[in-house]
Design a protein around this ligand. Sequence first.
Ligand code: HEM
Length: 531
Amino acid sequence: MSGNTKFTVEEVAKHRIDTDCWIIIHGKVYDVTNFLQEHPGGKKVLLKAAGEDASKSFDAFHNPSVLQTLAAKYEIGQISHGTENEQEEITTTEELDEQNQPSSENNPLIMGEIFGDGCPYGDPMWYQDWHSPFYNDSHRAVRKFVREFVEKEIMPNCYDWDEAKQIPKEMFVKAAKAGILGAVVSFGGEGKYLPYPLPADVPLDEWDPFHSVIVTDELSRCGSGGASIGLPPILHFGSEFLKDKVVSDCLAGTKTICLAITEPSGGSDVAGLQTEAKDMGDHYLLNGEKKWITNGVYADYFCVAVRTGKPGFGGISLLLVEREMPGVSTRQMKCSGVWPSGTAYVTFEDVKVPKENLIGKENKGFKYIMWNFSSERMGIVIQANRFARVCIEESIKYANKRVTFGKKLIDHPVIRNKIAHMIRQVEATHAWMEILTYQANKLPPQLLPIRLGGPIALCKAQSTQTFEYCAREAAQIFGGLSYTRGGQGEKIERLYREVRAYAIPGGSEEIMLDLGVRQSLKVGAYMGAKM
Ligand code: HEM
């Protein structure tokens, strides 16, 4: 029997015992006889629904993704359309819902195109037909392209990759071929190193920061994080020799690079770092330890912050270190979140690094690191805010189906109050992120770190505090389902564990808030503010 075989409701109704058990879910027929013993919800619930349309109960207890993954193995056909009366009986809940809703055609409320499933605040407002000065057709094309990629290639696998604590290597190559790796990493970089066209074939000279925002935002919809921060320093400050050596391979997904700044003895205090690179004439002799290095377990290259000069920020340089170099070793760290990110403790013991692997100029590393921080922090803002939005989307959808005390969760004012507080923070953060992105598009590049450093630092703290708030509230709405891994609360349980991976790295909230005010005051004073 193939997935196209047609059955009538009467035929399905004949299969309702434990040695022959069929069910209907959203118009498709499943033979679950061999699944009865394995069903995580128990055998009895399935037998109770045997021979019937179980769509409603199925929706109440599962993530829709179960149909794409596990259930697909048991699908044997579809319900055929019989006489008009029969058809009415077998109408699926989706079809029924459709009949009860106004159509999108000739709907007086809709002025343009709605993208996505229209869940209010589940996507940025320009997805739902709101006017925006920032987006045009090429942004819409990138949005569609990346959404399809994520829904097909990433979303169904997130849970398994998280449990396996690893993303398959082929996935990076796939993302590279789709142009996604280039889009995330190389913005502002040089086109000649791009091995594949950018998403939706947008020409490089038309690619703007809003395209990059869309790619990062859409990637974060799967409710799981990862980062690409090691390459930009080489793209922007490295020699032609270093660029030729690493950039194309990294953008093709065949090699991986990570950024190694943080040390066991100090995180946000970059100026105090201790890893030492001693000048030995034709090479540096590298000794020291780095900790919490994202992707460190899998990386082929390390962009390492080292001390080459005097104490403080004036004695720091960046070096490209290669995994093959004798004396480099990594071990996986056990983290509370972002399990597939290969977060590592890295040790360098008498590693000989050739002088040509110096990135930019000696003792200018602090400036490069600070420059890199702004784009890293904007990446965190976009990710954290989408994660917070996922909390809204999941909460609204769940609250619309879960019934307590005789009514749906969404009909309890206390739940709507929680969702409202989530929405107001996410929308405020999104608007701030967009206006900062607009500045990044308009300001002359040399002014970017000075004018935007302070606001970006503040916006980073805003986004991670919003994320933390939303993860907590969503977890309360999901109740016990957010305390167990997998199932309907899968994304919320994972996101709740991942909050710290955004609130601490790239500058902790405490440092961001202080830096944001200090830097803005300094810039204000320099620009003649009367304070
Ligand atoms: C092909 C059909 C089905 C498949 C593949 C399936 C799969 C699963 C899976 C994987 C879970 C674990 C939780 C999760 O990951 O979502 C689960 C739980 C459950 N399922 Fe099913 N299921 C099917 C049909 C049904 C039907 C028809 C019913 C009810 C009539 C049902 C009732 C339940 C219940 C009550 C739970 C426990 C929910 C919880 O832990 O909160 N399932 N099922």
